[in-house]
Design a protein around this ligand. Sequence first.
Ligand code: TPS
Length: 518
Amino acid sequence: MIDYTLYLVTDSTMLPEGTTLLSQVEAALKNGVTIVQLREKDTDTKTLIHKALELKQLCDRYEVPLIIDDRVDVAMAIDASGVHVGQSDMPIPMVRKLVGPEKIVGWSVGKVEEVDMIAQWGPEMVNYIGVGTVFDTQTKKDIKKIPFGPEGVSKILTRLEEKKCHWCRTVAIGGLHPDNIARTIYQAQSQTGSRSVDGICVVSEIMASKDAAEATKNLRNILKQERFNFLNTTSIESEEDHIKKEIQWTKKVKNISPLIHHITNRVHQNFGANVALAIGCSPIMSEVASEFADLSAIPNAVLLLNTGSVADIDTLTHAVKTYNAQKRPIVFDPVGFSASATRLNTNLKLLSAGQYSCIKGNAGEIMGIAGVGGKMKGVDSSGSYNLETLIEATQIVAFKYRTIAVCSGKVDIVVDGTASLVSPLSKGLSVTPKKLPYTLIETTDIPLFDKITASGCSLGTVIAGYVSAAPENKLYDAVTAAVRLYKEAGTKANTTANGSGSFQVHLIDNLYKAVFDE
Ligand code: TPS
């Protein structure tokens, strides 16, 4: 049995001054690397053999397998534990034929069709795959693949399950560093519920580190966690404090008066600010990247990221990374998810850039993120999706991004995709999207919602306020309560308003009354 938990791939071109290939690998072996690959591009064969022999001696001392990248001949010549090949290297069946049945054979995989090949070849061919690239990397110069994020890893894991490739182990690779590894493991789960990655694979994080021992220890600590705390835990409540009812959430939001940092479209800015004030929160609108760190450090700050904003992708990504690093919640509203190529690109990049507490969209947006629009049949006669289809799509979104997903519409759907917040290596989540719990919030028709602008965006504002008051394990309750509050205020406003203009005023009045007139 090979332990793939922490896989180190070497690269001598990035060694910091005062270190050597051997000193870096030894520091890593001492501190918990479980498998090593010698990957030295542009090295002549004699030097490569020399390095391989030295490294083999070292790995043998720590009883850790040594794999050789690409060069099957070198792997055989030094009797390494195995060989790793990429898509443009020697074909797998030939590699296996040469090295024999006992050696470990690894393959770089980035497409689901490549998994189909593994299934066709059967258990004797590929022992493990390097799945990537997950994020941008400077290490691989000839990279042709676009980073596919944790979601891409999930797709490969799902296909491995579907094709019953139980023998094939997996490591994620590409741009993996301490700020994204925990999240990658948390999100990269097969939809069949029984696989997660078996480990993570790094090059620069260890090889380019001035302190490879410390870098490795740090990685081991991250990998040890059975769960991933993406929010700070200061607000975790005791059992007695158990908050369920909406009225209690409302009080709590008012008491902590969170700062809701809006990055949102211009039409929503004024309305959103007034909604935030009505529910007892402080709004701020800022797209100034240099102040994100300060804003996110304000106690109880929360980010509402609405991609109808005009901010550029770097500013948006910076906001996501800043709030994630500060362990403060983010509510993501991917406006017009795929309405244009630009929007689709921005939204997809943001979805793989961070961990969201809640993703909220309308039917079209949720169907788009779920990636099932074309495949699903459930469109009713009026051209809109039927409820069953929408529930399924919302469950997929919640599962894919391990978040609370909200599909807003006549009936609002809230799905809890946190699956009790576990983050296992290898085992999978033991649930499938279809098994995720959901709540339906039904109200009588509120036609005036469609007659004012940014009403959906302002639901995002209310959700952000509530999420700010919730510890990780109560996000589902908080989001459900927020949606209820907004819908009830809308229902009342719809009966008392004279038209669309006064509807907006009555809506804000009813939110205000629910919070301040108790
Ligand atoms: C197990 N590969 C894909 S991305 C990358 C490499 C070397 C660079 C990551 O560097 N899977 C395995 N071994 C391989 N050699 C590959 C894939 C190919 P960094 O961690 O610095 O971003």
